[in-house]
Design a binder for this molecule. Structure first.
Ligand code: CA
Length: 231
């Protein structure tokens, strides 16, 4: 099979891709929503991953209780979730095998950066701890940089802009349907890393070009499918 030309940059989602943080987020959301008598399932919480948190809260209150929350109210509930994470889940683990994949991408001469819906203030600390010298904060896109979160293409379009490259010169790595949708809507080739509890089909149906289960499989795919510079 013909190999793909190496991209100029690989744009990584963070939660569920670089960091194995989804189980902790799902647990925290479940606890907070239960307190407000909002029903969710694990599958629902995984399928909603990547939506701006305050919007996700507003959506559930409207759907289940017919209540329109003010911005202040959604922010208050989101703050409770952040506090729950701080208290009970201080540091999520790195995604197994992902440092090797990031290094492989860099060794292929490609730039890397992070495009996340998270607005966590200590993002760079976590990234630098697990991926020392890999990610440049100036190239990162986080919740505070965009008007529209995923599944809107804006975060990935901004990622392209920060690198000064076109969609066809990038590859996106995403684990959640809203993220794969955002990457595809930005016109970028999307590698789906199905690290959570959803079906592969759900990622394919939402724009992923390839779906694998582990970072080791991403490395294998890269070696088999990406044309790297001859030395
Ligand atoms: Ca994610």
């Amino acid at each position: 099979m013909e190999k793909r030309k190496a991209p100029k940059a690989v744009l990584f989602d963070m939660d569920g891709v670089l960091i194995h943080s989804m189980p902790m987020h799902v647990q925290a959301w479940n606890k907070i929503y239960t307190k407000y008598d909002i029903e969710t399932t694990e599958e629902y919480l995984y399928s909603e991953e990547g939506r701006v948190a305050t919007k996700a809260i507003a959506k559930l209150f409207k759907e289940q209780k017919g209540i329109i929350l003010s911005d202040e109210e959604t922010r208050k509930i989101y703050h409770e979730k952040v506090e729950e994470i701080k208290k009970n889940h201080p540091l999520p683990p790195i995604m197994d095998g992902m440092l090797e994949f990031v290094q492989l991408v860099k060794e292929s001469g490609c730039a890397v950066s992070v495009v996340t819906g998270s607005g966590h203030p200590t993002l760079m600390n976590i990234l630098n701890r697990y991926y020392p010298d890999c990610f440049d904060e100036r190239l990162m896109v986080s919740a505070k940089d965009v008007q529209h979160g995923k599944p809107h293409p804006e975060p990935y379009l901004m990622g392209l802009e920060k690198h000064g490259i076109k969609a066809e010169e990038a590859i996106v790595v995403e684990n959640a349907p809203l993220g794969t949708t955002a990457g595809k809507a930005a016109g970028i080739f999307v590698l789906g890393l199905n690290s959570g509890k959803l079906s592969d089909k759900m990622l394919y149906n939402n724009g992923a070009d390839i779906v694998v289960k582990t970072a080791a499989e991403l490395s294998k795919w890269w070696k088999e499918n990406i044309e790297t510079k001859k030395v």
